[in-house]
Structure formats: C-alpha cells, structure tokens
Design a binder for this molecule. Structure first.
Ligand code: VGL
Ligand code: ZN
Length: 202
C-alpha cells in the first residue's frame, strides 16, 4: 500500500511567512491533485513552543542562520516560526485537508529540533509515524512538502531507514537553497530512494 506524506505545508513556510521557502506556495495545487491517487494521506506540522531552542531569538548574541552546537548536534538558528496555535503554524488555506487521516506534530520539545516527521534530530523520540504507517500496511511512502533539503530530506532518510520504500515527488517540494537540495537529492538516490515527477502519478 502506498501513502502520501505531506510535510509542513504551513503558512510560515510560504512567501510572506516567517521562514519563507521561495515559491513554497507552488506545491499546494500539486499536492491537492496528488491526494486522490493515494489510499492514505498523512501530514506533518512543525509545532514549536514559544522560545524554542531552534529560534535565534532564544540565544543571546546569535543571529538567524547562525549554526550552534546544542547537545552535540549542529542546529541552524531559525527565525521564530510555526509557534503552536499561531496562524503561521496553520496549514496553507488552500491545502485540501479532508483526505488527511492523521497529522503528526514535531518540534514540540523545547530543547531539540525535529526536521523529520518520524524522529527528532537526535533520534531520541518518535512521533509514532513509522508504527502508524506499518500498522496501516503501508510499504511505499511518497513524500511532498517543505522545505526540500530540511524536513522533506530528513523524512525521506528516516523512511528508508525504517524499511519503507521512499519516493520524493520533486515538483511537489521546494527548497530553501537550491544547491543544498541538489546535494540532498544525490544522497537520497545513493541511499536507495526514488525521485519522480507528479505527472507519473496523475
Ligand atoms: C523546517 C527549518 C525549521 C522545514 C522546519 O519544514 O523544513 N525547516 N523548521
Ligand atoms: Zn521548525
């Protein structure tokens, strides 16, 4: 069985949002068209408490996009984004949500960031997504959403590590940085993931 996993299609990642992904809004119509092709659709939501450790504003004398070691892990410092219950954390208003059976929230622990929809960045805590998908009989996960070289890339890697086949839908994602995304795509292919265009599903 194949599932569509929609990563972080939230207002703060859209042009005009707190952490805008260039052309991030372009993924919305593509993802809406794709949903009909799947038996199961699930989504993630970046969902940070106020003052989250990934926010530059939580660290004195640090700036947005500085990189810090937090508990031994490299942490990019982001603008405040996707704060729990805020408008920025809501899904894009045009995203169709009626087919989304479950929403997995991540980044909820104050001290640690979570790019992947499966685990936090230190792999300490699971969101339950892997067990949920296995319980539903899913073997293939198709991944879409934002941002291509962060939450999407990390989710693809965890999907593969959990034993799923993982397929990145290239025109249903956008990166923050195109070069970093090119490197991520090479790594996805090297790890056994696939990369396709939405056209091959429609
Ligand atoms: C993301 C940076 C910080 C993402 C989330 O959804 O890719 N990126 N939080
Ligand atoms: Zn975040």
């Amino acid at each position: 069985m194949k599932a569509l996993l929609i990563i972080d299609v939230q207002n703060d990642f859209m042009p005009g949002g707190a952490l805008p992904v260039p052309k991030g809004d372009r993924v919305v119509p593509v993802i809406n068209r794709l949903q009909k092709r799947f038996d199961l659709v699930v989504a993630t939501q970046d969902w940070h408490p106020k003052g989250h450790s990934s926010f530059a504003s939580a660290h004195e004398e640090k700036e947005v996009f500085d990189v810090l070691k937090i508990h031994g892990l490299d942490q990019v410092l982001w603008p405040d984004h996707c704060v729990q219950e805020s408008t920025g954390a809501e899904f894009h208003p045009q995203l169709q949500t009626s087919k989304i059976e479950s929403i997995f929230r991540k980044g909820t622990s104050q001290e640690i960031d979570s790019y992947s929809g499966f685990y936090d960045n230190a792999h300490l805590k699971s969101t339950g997504l892997s067990g949920y998908l296995k319980d539903k009989g899913v073997s293939e996960i198709y991944i879409a959403g934002l941002a291509g070289e962060f939450c999407v890339y990390f989710s693809v890697q965890d999907a593969l590590a959990e034993g799923f086949s993982a397929v990145l839908i290239e025109d249903a994602t956008k990166p923050l940085d195109r070069e970093a995304f090119e490197a991520a795509k090479i790594d996805i292919l090297r790890k056994g993931g696939k990369i396709i265009s939405s056209e091959s599903l429609l």
